[in-house]
Design a protein around this ligand. Structure first.
Ligand code: UDX
Length: 463
């Protein structure tokens, strides 16, 4: 792996004030897909000389022992429990509110302890508006971290317009209709969750955009070559500076912020396979499938004859209290060419030479991680930004194809073959390799993301 770029002396001196390191305070949203980029950002800022203080909820709390250089400040959160995705929006809204007063007390005591001038700013996840409001009341400048794509952020900004023009709530008859005001999206690519008619999701997104607009800048985990047009649009529509400093996992020192323990034995298992022969299958940290879909997926993978590594996460199958319900005999029958794990070291898996395709739910981190390793994708989006990400993978970057409609083993088999063994898949892989090169250029010396990081560091100094 290419080591992360070393910060310049000038960058280091920006992080020092009166001979002391300046502090950046961070508050991640406590879900895996949001925690990972926030900890990558922490690593980046730390490498540039800033001291890091992480405020965190008890829910999905980080393992502080893995980050000995950071200070951690727990914030009571009303003890939420894991919920179904349909209820996660309400949970996120409640979480911010539940943390608000305790965060105010803890932030005030941290500010008493550090010299006020030594605190550069607070970076919080856009979904934590009450945290931004507390910081503003205590005169702490804020930066908003949006962990999804620039295109997704644009769709959040456009949400009121999407209702005014009748694209939302989604009507079954209009699902394939293009959203002319927001190309290349179709109605079915818009960020929605479950059966919500737009009420709670609309509130969540409107609050997220308020957090962005009232902050001193927006940090995006994306890069110029991937989303130049979308970022130009955001820069036009937002009055705050936009820092496209991604892909963060390629620019920041390696960090383990996994909530589940990765099964590293799969890396050795992969060593036995020829280059680009194995399909990696993972649906991220939140998406759930029905027991029927699990069975069709399993037999579809089996029927494709393609070697596979499959993450079947605890709780991934809806309504099953036990870990998973793979069909009887499946694992034994597949032992020679398949491995099932509860959680994988995903970045390393995607980097492994044996991996030739990724069947993904198209969470933004997974999409970026795949793009950066030149791995083409089968897309099966479930909710939120995933449909829009899948649209970009298939239609804009043309590095994958969607497995749409009802999951049925014959269609799964056919889709896997198209990606892994057909000429079409080889063309997608070639385009994915071009994107990998483009990512490497953006993160290399003088690349757009490196320049954006320099701008961010200068911005932090000016706050
Ligand atoms: C959620 C939403 O699903 C997603 O759409 C949104 O963009 C972010 O929040 P999640 O399901 O967690 O994301 O998916 P993703 O964004 O892909 O993040 C998952 C992270 O977990 C990735 O960084 C991935 O490398 C890691 N992971 C996943 C592992 O380390 N091991 C695994 O086995 C699976």
């Amino acid at each position: 792996m290419t080591p992360p770029p070393a910060p310049t002396m000038a960058a280091h001196s920006n992080a020092v004030h009166g001979g002391r390191r300046r502090h950046v305070l961070l508050f991640p949203l406590p879900y895996q897909g949001h925690i990972n980029p926030m900890f990558r950002l922490a690593g980046l800022l730390h490498a540039h000389g800033f001291a890091i203080t992480v405020f965190h909820t008890h829910f999905n709390a980080p393992d502080t022992a893995r980050h000995p250089d950071y200070r951690f400040v727990p914030v009571p959160d009303g003890s939420p429990v894991p919920v179904a995705i349909e209820d996660a929006v309400a949970q996120i809204l409640e979480l911010g509110v539940a943390c608000e007063s305790a965060f105010r007390d803890r932030l005030a005591s941290v500010l008493d302890e550090y010299s006020r001038d030594d605190v550069a700013c607070l970076v919080a996840d856009t979904h934590l508006l009450p945290i931004f409001e507390v910081a503003a009341r205590l005169s702490v400048p804020t930066l908003a971290l949006r962990t999804g794509s620039a295109a997704c952020c644009a769709s959040f900004l456009a949400y009121p317009m999407l209702f005014e023009k009748g694209y939302l709530p989604v009507q079954e008859s209009q699902r394939d209709m293009p959203v002319v005001d927001l190309p290349p999206y179709r109605v079915r690519d818009l960020p929605v969750i479950g059966e919500d008619d737009g009420g709670l999701v609309r509130e969540l997104l409107s609050r997220a955009m308020t957090a962005v607009k009232t902050s001193s800048g927006l940090i995006l985990n994306t890069f110029d070559a991937l989303e130049r047009r979308e970022q130009d649009g955001l820069r036009r529509d937002l009055a705050v500076p936009v820092f496209d400093i991604g892909p963060l996992h390629k620019l920041s020192p390696a960090v383990d912020s996994s909530l589940l323990l990765p099964d590293r034995s799969c890396l050795e298992w992969l060593d036995a396979f020829p280059p680009e022969s194995v399909l990696y299958v993972s649906f991220g940290s939140v998406a759930c499938m029905s027991p029927r879909d699990l069975v069709e997926t399993a037999w579809g993978i089996a029927g494709s004859d393609v070697p596979f590594l499959w993450v079947v996460r605890p709780g991934m199958v809806r309504g099953s209290a036990d870990d998973h319900r793979l069909p009887e005999g499946f694992e034994a029958a597949m032992r020679k060419r398949g491995m099932v794990v509860a959680w994988a070291p995903q970045e390393e898996v995607l980097r492994h030479r044996a991996v030739g395709g990724f069947w993904t739910h198209c969470g933004w981190n997974s999409t970026l991680e795949s793009v950066c390793e030149g791995v083409p994708m089968l897309c099966r989006p479930y909710f939120g930004d995933q449909m829009g990400n899948a649209r970009y993978v298939e239609h804009v970057w043309r590095v994958g194809l969607e497995v749409g409609g009802d999951l049925e083993r014959g269609r799964v088999e056919a889709a896997i073959r198209r990606l892994m063994t057909d000429e079409e898949g080889a063309e997608m892989r070639a385009r994915a390799c071009e994107l990998k090169k483009a990512a490497a250029e953006c993160t290399g010396e003088g690349g757009s993301s490196r320049l954006a990081i320099d701008k961010l560091i200068t911005h932090l100094t000016s706050l």
